[in-house]
Design a protein around this ligand. Structure first.
Ligand SMILES: N[C@@H](CCC(=O)N[C@@H](CS)C(=O)NCC(=O)O)C(=O)O
Length: 204
């Protein structure tokens, strides 16, 4: 047993970003896998383990439940290399993390979900998929512009901004059907994250 327990959805980028940070930090965690269609997800909800009804949730060890992937990243990242010491850079990191949740995730992750989860299939109309494709490429272009000539989203080191945006971007092509060929700076950035010591993949 460890002090931390993560309620984690194996297929989900939001859960993966927390698993990735924990691995990079070398922190041990007990994991409760709660996948769509699994009894474990129904039970976790029924037992009040998912305060907002969604994974991931981190149990801090004293029954304190922390929901929302980026809040969990922020809590775990305090005092580590993944949160910039400079206050403005920290705020810039948060800008990207809010952007990830209010723009990127709702397009890049949603298109992948419509294509991969059977329970979302009815929503996957050609019009919706085409709209998400165009909007997703525009979002990826924002990242490409920003990453051109720089290694990381904020400052000169990896931060939570990179980890949180990596989660759904690195499968944007394989799961979401987005074309990453026009985005060389973004592809280089994906490779830098995958080379970090302690890196684990989505399926690890
Ligand atoms: N904003 C939340 C989103 C969490 C979320 O949507 N989780 C989904 C999987 S990606 C979930 O747990 N769905 C379970 C359900 O809706 O029953 C976060 O970043 O943690």
């Amino acid at each position: 047993m460890t002090d931390l327990t993560l309620y984690s959805m194996p297929s989900s980028g939001n859960s993966y970003k927390v698993r990735l940070l924990l691995a990079l930090l070398g922190r041990r965690v007990d994991t409760v896998d709660v996948e769509y269609g699994w009894e474990a997800l129904t039970r976790a909800k029924a037992e009040g383990r998912l305060p907002f009804g969604k994974a991931p949730v981190l149990d801090l060890g004293d029954d304190t439940l922390l929901p929302e992937s980026n809040a969990i990243l922020f809590w775990l990242g305090q005092g580590t290399r993944f949160v910039p010491a400079d206050a403005l850079d920290e705020a810039r990191m948060l800008s990207w993390m809010f952007w990830e949740q209010n723009q990127h995730e709702g397009v890049i992750a949603v298109r992948a979900a419509l294509l991969s989860y059977p329970h979302r299939k009815a929503e996957a109309t050609p019009e919706r998929l085409a709209d998400l494709l165009a909007r997703g490429h525009a979002l990826l272009a924002i990242m490409e512009d920003h990453l051109s000539g720089r290694d990381w989203l904020v400052g000169d080191d990896v931060s939570l901004a990179d980890l949180c945006l990596y989660a759904y971007t690195h499968t944007a092509d394989t799961r979401g059907g987005f074309d990453l060929a026009p985005f060389p700076a973004l592809r280089g950035w994906l490779g830098r994250i995958a080379s970090l010591d302690g890196y684990v993949g989505l399926d690890a």
